[in-house]
Design a binder for this molecule. Structure first.
Ligand SMILES: Nc1nc2c(ncn2[C@@H]2O[C@H](COP(=O)(O)OP(=O)(O)OP(=O)(O)O)[C@@H](O)[C@H]2O)c(=O)[nH]1
Ligand SMILES: [Mg+2]
Length: 206
């Protein structure tokens, strides 16, 4: 994918705040600190476009980015961050769920998981939620640079065994080395094209 332009559009909490643009959207979801904002920057060849931090809980609003004036990336706050209050946590989950269930342009979600960790209940709940909304999911295993190639393959097999969604592809990714970047773009471009096709045929969400 050739990135000609990328820019921040706006942050939002509720649907009336979402930007008034009508392009396909890809959303990035996963636990806090898993590397969502870093991955977005890597995919767009930008250093600080999406704000990142070594402290979990950096992204607290829904952030929209415009790419090549025809595609939108949506950086969502991470879930499972222990240090926020119960009330704030449930309002984040509501914010994420509201976006996933109402955005008419959402074509695919990238679910990020740290390659060193096993899936937690919230990851599984997120996969079930996305399935119920009929949103295609690409699973990305982040921070793969922490492991050798052999260790990565071992982890992929272990993670596969522990999950129900066997047909989902898993892409090892590193925001530091760029591993998995081309493969992920390839999947996303395909999902956007599939989404458009199904929309054309049926006039509704696939
Ligand atoms: N080694 C390594 N570190 C990474 C990678 N991706 C992200 N990090 C680091 O992990 C930390 C969290 O990254 P973010 O991109 O801010 O994570 P996030 O998922 O957006 O976090 P929240 O916004 O809090 O949900 C930062 O210190 C990053 O530098 C990676 O591929 N490899
Ligand atoms: Mg973030």
């Amino acid at each position: 994918m050739k990135i000609k332009t990328s820019s921040f559009i706006k942050s939002a909490v509720i649907p009336s705040d979402y930007p008034d643009v009508n392009f396909p959207e890809i959303a990035f979801v996963g636990r806090s600190n898993v590397g969502k904002s870093s991955l977005i920057n890597k995919l767009l060849n930008r250093k600080g476009l999406a704000k990142t931090s070594s402290t979990p809980g950096k992204t607290r609003l829904i952030n929209f980015f415009l790419i090549n004036k025809d595609l939108v990336f949506v950086d969502l706050p991470g879930y499972g961050y222990a240090k926020v209050s119960k009330t704030e946590r449930s309002s984040w989950i509501k914010m994420i769920d509201r976006y996933l269930s109402t955005s008419p342009n959402l074509k695919a979600t990238v679910l990020l998981q740290d390659i060193r960790r096993d899936q937690v209940d919230m990851d599984r709940a997120m996969i079930d939620l996305l399935r119920s909304y009929k949103v295609p999911v690409v699973l990305v295993l982040t921070k793969a640079d922490k492991f050798s190639r052999n260790q990565q393959i071992k982890r992929i097999n272990e993670i596969k065994k522990g999950m129900s969604l066997t047909e989902t592809e898993m892409i090892p990714f590193s925001s530091t080395s760029g591993l998995g970047k081309d493969e992920l773009w390839e999947s996303l471009v395909k999902l956007i094209a599939d989404g458009e096709e199904m929309l054309d045929e049926k006039g509704e969400k696939p």
